[in-house]
Design a protein around this ligand. Structure first.
Ligand code: FES
Ligand code: FE
Length: 403
């Protein structure tokens, strides 16, 4: 599908300055939003879920963003597959149940049916010359990394494998393929999706806006991350079986996807991201103990995870409209952990629930200020380098022609 570039996009791109926030049209114009979906979201790798959601053949779930819908399923041979949820007859959504198990996806409109391989099994009264093999569901690009499912809905997908290969030894000890969902929540915010992403990309706001997080996480203040604190955590991390490495891609001169892995210390007394520091759930993977650390993990700009020793929190920011975004949060624990026995759901979710409520508020009022007539983009702080990475990736991607 060709996408019309907003005619003044070159001028708008020209108005963007490195080290400054984006100009207002990027957050307020419907044509830019449409272009964002076509040129950025549809061409990006999106974290849609985890294999624990579809353990058996025929299990499926839907993943929606903007006007798009994807069917994620497991076929008869055990492979995870992703299809665009669009009937090849006259375009109806094929699947309308959020999750389930099926042998066939039957379109509710005229009952064209598709098997788990996306092949059309037959169309009623289509005549002798009709060739069902030409009308299978469109398949999306898919990767399963440590059990996490990533999908790129576009015809071509950015290169992801070299980054995943670099990341694999770092995440291996956490056993992310063996997780279960303890809880998921959505926090709708009346703001453009980019303001939500930007908010997650920086911890400049953490000290003033996240009282609970700032009690335990040294990322809120670079000066508090002393050599002593860092060194003690690294010793414990090595003893627990974690590699001592930071991964930050793309490297200079490289134009690939953004990957980030860095473990940073919690303050003394905190073994995990809990109210008073006590463990929340069984240790993940092969970890041999608590190191009092947390990993910031990014797999592409849109997909962010925080890995503690005993649970994982996934974050994504799903566009629903020009100024409508869902902050989606998923809490994972080890696959064999049972609610009530091995973890308390309220205790587990407390920190990132209160923090997400804070984020909803600050993102909402950010959009309100940006909408007002005298907004001009101000300079980024040294702690907002992640926001600049997002801008670099976003602006270079939307500036390309889309086919
Ligand atoms: Fe799906 Fe007609 S639109 S069968
Ligand atoms: Fe925040």
């Amino acid at each position: 599908m060709s996408v019309t570039l907003p005619t003044d996009l070159p001028a708008l791109l020209n108005d963007c300055s490195t080290g400054f926030a984006l100009p207002r049209p990027f957050y307020t114009r419907a044509d830019i939003y449409e272009h964002d979906i076509a040129a950025y979201w549809n061409q990006s790798w999106i974290w849609v879920g985890h294999v624990c959601q579809i353990p058996d053949a025929g299990d499926y779930f839907l993943f929606d963003y903007a006007q798009e819908s994807l069917i994620i399923t497991r076929d008869r041979t055990g492979n995870v597959r992703a299809y665009l949820n669009i009937c090849r007859h006259r375009g109806s959504r094929v699947c309308t149940e959020a999750a389930g198990n099926t042998r066939l996806f039957v379109c509710p409109y005229h009952a064209w049916s598709y098997d788990l391989n996306g092949q059309l099994r037959g169309g009623r009264d289509m005549g002798p010359d009709f060739d069902p093999s030409a009308y299978g569901l469109f398949e999306a690009h898919l990767r399963v990394f440590d059990g996490l499912i990533f999908v790129c809905p576009g015809e071509t997908a950015p290169e992801i494998d070299p980054g995943l290969d670099r990341l694999r030894p770092l995440t291996a000890p956490f056993g992310l393929e063996n997780l279960r969902i303890a809880h998921s929540a959505s926090y709708p915010v009346p703001a453009n999706w980019k303001l939500a992403v930007e908010n997650y990309m920086e911890c400049y706001h953490c000290a003033p806006s996240h009282k609970e997080y700032s009690r335990s996480h040294s990322l809120k203040d670079p000066a508090s991350m002393t050599d002593e604190l860092l060194g003690a955590m690294r010793d414990r991390a090595r003893a627990a079986g974690l590699p001592d490495e930071i991964l930050s891609l793309p490297e200079t001169g490289d134009t690939g996807m953004n990957f980030y892995y860095r473990r940073y210390p919690l303050y003394p007394g905190y073994e995990t991201g809990s109210h008073a520091g006590a463990p929340l759930a069984p240790l993940l993977g092969t970890l041999g103990g608590y190191d009092g650390g947390a990993t910031d993990l990014q797999i592409g700009i849109l997909n962010n995870f925080l890995i503690y020793s005993d649970h994982v929190v996934g974050y994504r920011f799903i566009p629903r409209g020009l100024q409508e975004t869902d902050i989606q949060v998923v809490w994972y624990v080890r696959g064999d952990a049972e609610a009530g026995r091995d973890y308390d759901r309220d205790a587990l979710t407390w920190l990132w629930h209160v923090t997400s409520l804070d984020d909803e508020r600050i993102i909402r009022i950010n959009q309100q200020g940006v909408n007002a007539h005298r907004f001009v983009p101000g300079p980024l702080s040294q702690m907002e380098w992640g926001v600049q990475s997002f801008y670099d990736n976003y602006l270079s991607t939307i500036g390309r022609s889309v086919s």
